[in-house]
Write a protein that binds this ligand. Structure first.
Ligand code: PMP
Ligand code: GLN
Length: 386
């Protein structure tokens, strides 16, 4: 194995899901829903499979899906795009992020990101031979995560090639405010760098969030330098389908496509028409989906609070962060590795998403994209820890 990939072992999600299976624990670690997505989408996929849509789709994705991505972006975020040149369908958001970094970064270029970060970012940056410059997100007095302006400014330099931003943010559940985004946008323009935004949780911002979701690409001067990435996995509860996309100015989309054609070429032929159907669902689908997750968030937060954890606010995504300190925990990795034998529940240690691991040592992440009875059973088990 090449040196640049040696630091990356098995992902924490794989490790923790295997632990859950081995111990028969309730798995609130890896973020995937335990119920299926919209029936219209599933029916469309079944129909596509039966009607012979089983060969290679076109490289940028089938026209119906590209048009649906464009219509969805215009409906929710007011962005207008050309479906022929400004959209590429990818094997999940993961491939879009990797292809964007591989397409835009020379070896030694720097990528400004925010820690804790989604685990694939570090690996994709390393694959490109680029260097990550993580800016630490820290909880403020209200529990919402933010960053120091000075830290962000200091992360930019002559080798900066892009900012990689995830909002709504996994694992913290924080949604970046317009003020924070404005500062990021200003620095991108001052330093003339690209922005790559991972917005897979674009529809999961709860009604009590301090801020709505604002795509960075909608801020002045950002459309022309931003690649916006999303995925069907989260919005339509089909994480196993791996259908994602990137949208942006034609030269950036074309760069992603150049790389993508040699990573996977194309993907998910019969699933693409089904995702097109899902993206066109009425607004009520998206609000009902969000409200259902918000209710389950509240249920899990009540259970975690009852069990004695310090619970940080979750404004979006399907994750909530808990502080293990009140339960006598000092190290989230140890805590999560022993939690199954102590009470039969699996969570994910937040510290693995940091370069500066001490920042997240006492924090763990729970996923609440699970049926109510599963959340209740996890809460019942966690209460036995006290
Ligand atoms: N980015 C973030 C922030 C995520 O949480 C996830 C999925 N868990 C992904 C990317 C990957 O999405 P996909 O499965 O579409 O590749
Ligand atoms: N994105 C999901 C999470 O954060 C898991 C994705 C994966 O297993 N790679 O839990």
């Amino acid at each position: 194995l090449v040196g640049r990939m040696r630091p990356f072992g098995t992902t924490i999600f794989t490790e923790m899901s295997a632990l859950a299976a081995r111990t028969g624990s309730v798995n609130l670690g890896q973020g995937f829903p335990d119920t299926d997505g919209p029936p219209e989408m599933l029916a469309a996929a079944a129909e596509a499979l039966r009607s012979g849509a089983n060969q290679y789709p076109p490289l940028p994705g089938i026209p119906a899906l590209r048009q649906a991505v464009v219509a969805h972006e215009e409906r929710f975020w007011g962005l207008t795009r050309d479906a022929d040149t400004e959209v590429v369908v990818t094997a999940g958001a993961t491939e879009a992020v990797a292809a964007a970094i591989l397409a835009l970064c020379e070896a030694g270029d720097e990528v400004v990101c925010f820690e804790p970060y989604y685990d694939s970012y570090a690996a994709s940056i390393a694959l490109a031979g680029a260097v990550r410059r993580p800016v630490t997100l820290r909880p403020g007095a209200d529990g919402r995560y933010g960053f120091d302006e000075a830290d962000l400014r200091a992360a930019f330099g002559p080798r900066t090639r892009m900012v990689l931003l995830n909002s709504p943010h996994n694992p913290t559940g924080t949604v970046f405010t317009t003020d924070q985004l404005t500062l990021i946008a200003r620095l991108c323009q001052e330093h003339d760098v690209y922005a790559v935004t991972d917005e897979v949780y674009e529809h999961l911002v709860f009604t009590d969030s301090a801020t709505p979701h604002v795509p960075l690409a909608t801020l002045p001067g950002m459309r022309e330098r931003t690649l916006r990435i999303s995925s069907a996995g989260k919005s339509f509860s089909c994480t196993g389908w791996k259908v994602g996309w990137a949208t942006g100015p034609a030269p950036l989309v074309s760069a992603v496509q150049r790389v993508k054609q040699f990573l996977t070429f194309v993907n998910a032929g019969p699933l693409q028409p089904a995702v097109a159907v899902a993206l066109a669902l009425p607004d009520t689908y998206f609000t009902t989906f969000r409200d259902g997750l918000q209710a389950r968030r509240d249920r899990l937060v009540a259970g975690l609070t009852d069990a004695g954890f310090g619970v940080l606010p979750s404004e979006g995504t399907y994750f909530v962060t808990a502080d293990i300190t009140p339960l006598g925990g000092t190290d989230g990795v140890d805590f999560c590795r022993t939690l199954p034998e102590r009470c039969g529940v699996v969570a994910v240690p937040t510290q693995v998403f940091y370069d500066h691991q001490e920042q997240g040592r006492r924090l763990i992440r729970f996923a609440f994209c699970k049926r109510e009875e599963v959340i209740d059973e996890a809460a019942r088990r966690l209460r036995t820890l006290a």
